[in-house]
Design a protein around this ligand. Structure first.
Ligand code: LLP
Length: 417
């Protein structure tokens, strides 16, 4: 360490990142509990003028401690598998009545498990699923609360892999077919029609697309009601994007804009609005801590080879996603920058975190923080190259708690013959 000039160290809340790296090893996911809570509260406050419930989308980050943190605040949950439902119940055994179940391929086992615990709403995505649900419910002599997920044919400006609201996508039923299906559903003894749901994609930063989708949904609600259906819920899905690249304004203002876009078309409808945010709650609240193993140069090109890899955070490899990367320790005299590729040790060219990125010069052994990694980070990890998954730490003020221990190679070998 240089003793010339001051040293700037990155913190998560009041915990210094170098201390966390020393204590818990690297690569390491670090989350701020305060930030998760604040973002949840800002989200909730933005919708205060309309009856609503936030059903946090578990797929974004499903760690039990994070689910517990949100459950304590009164948050509900959006799940897409039997596994996620089990997680939610493990985090809070009384949460079932606040769970919505989405997904195009729910199995009979999954539907039955959800019926048994009595969830709030099934977001049904096809006629076949509707009849399967009716059958499962009949077997249990329980009534299934149903919303059809409609596909509004609205284009959302986002990566093609995570855009879902067009007819060419596999999701939902075309909005034009919905009325016929609702009328079939209302004739089924063990189904209770009670809502309409929609989700047009993820990482959407132009809120007008949400407004457009909700305008179509509101029209459908009016039509359905005039045909005698009772529609209590509109589930607007998730999808609000975050600022990975350029810092934007304050979250409360941004989420207020989003709330206006969603609620304006619903005015006068008297529905309970369900929301399924994932990324916008946890994304900015997490980072991935990694250190530089080697610096290397191939001809003119410079690489920083770090100890995290695409198996630890796949978003850059999978979507070409941008994540801000910052050195954890800076000295006031440091002014040099260089253009580098930040890459992992995995044997694939796609194993990168940044390409041709201008970064302050760092040395072997230095720590880097990959920012905005709280959503779709840990949940998308794998053991590719037999790399054990990172540990996760949740910071509250000065204290840090390991909420998932680092995997060991022995954990991986145990399941095999
Ligand atoms: N509801 C439904 C029905 C969804 O399919 C999703 C996300 C959400 C809610 C939550 O969306 P959010 O608020 O987080 O945008 N792995 C990708 C994102 C995939 C999103 C899948 N569905 C990524 O890393 O960008």
């Amino acid at each position: 360490m240089s003793d010339l000039g001051a040293e700037f160290v990155l913190y998560c809340e009041e915990a210094a990142l170098p201390r966390l790296a020393e204590r818990y090893g690297k690569p390491l996911y670090v989350y701020s509990a305060a930030m998760i809570t604040q973002r949840y509260e800002a989200f909730d406050a933005a919708f205060r003028r309309i009856p609503h419930m936030i059903c946090y989308s578990v797929k974004a980050n499903s760690n039990l401690s994070i689910l517990r943190l949100l459950a304590k605040k009164g948050c509900g949950f959006d799940v897409v598998s039997g596994g996620e439902l089990e997680r939610v119940l493990a985090a809070d055994r009384k949460a079932a009545s606040k769970v919505v179940f989405s997904g195009v391929g729910k199995t009979q086992e999954e539907l039955t498990a959800a019926l048994k615990v009595g969830i709030l709403l099934f977001n049904v995505e096809s006629e076949s699923e509707m009849w399967t649900l009716a059958e499962c419910a009949g077997r249990l002599r329980k009534t299934a609360p149903v919303a059809l997920r409609v596909n509004p044919d609205v284009a959302a400006e986002t990566h093609p892999y995570i855009s879902t609201g067009l007819h060419k996508h596999k999701f939902g039923v075309p909005i034009g077919d919905a009325r016929a299906l609702y009328s079939k559903a209302s004739g089924a003894r063990y189904l209770k029609v009670c809502g309409v749901s929609v989700h047009i994609g993820s990482q959407i930063t132009d809120v007008s697309a949400f407004g457009e989708a909700l305008t179509r949904v509101a029209q459908l609600v009016r039509e359905l009601r005039s045909e005698g259906h009772r529609i209590d819920y509109v589930d607007a899905g998730g999808g609000l994007g975050i600022a990975y690249e350029t810092p934007s304004g304050e979250f409360p203002d941004y989420v207020a804009q989003y709330a206006r876009a969603l609620t304006t078309p619903l005015q006068g409808l008297d529905v309970r609005l369900l929301l399924e945010p994932g990324r916008s709650i946890v994304g900015p609240a997490g980072l991935l801590l990694t250190s530089v193993i080697y610096r290397k140069k191939n001809d003119g090109k410079r690489f920083l080879v770090v100890d995290a890899a695409m198996n630890d955070l796949i978003r850059p490899a999978l979507y070409g996603a941008y994540h801000e990367i910052v050195p954890v320790v800076r000295h006031s005299g440091d002014a040099e920058t260089e253009v580098v590729d930040v890459v992992g040790p995995v044997c694939e060219t796609g194993d990168f975190f940044a390409r041709d990125r201008e970064l302050p010069e760092v040395q072997e052994g230095d720590l880097l923080a990959i920012l905005d990694a709280g959503a779709y980070g840990m949940v998308l990890t794998s053991n590719y190259n037999t790399r054990p998954r990172p540990a996760e730490v949740l910071v509250t003020g000065k204290s840090a708690k390991v909420i998932r221990r680092r995997e060991r190679v022995s954990d991986l070998l145990r399941a095999e013959e």
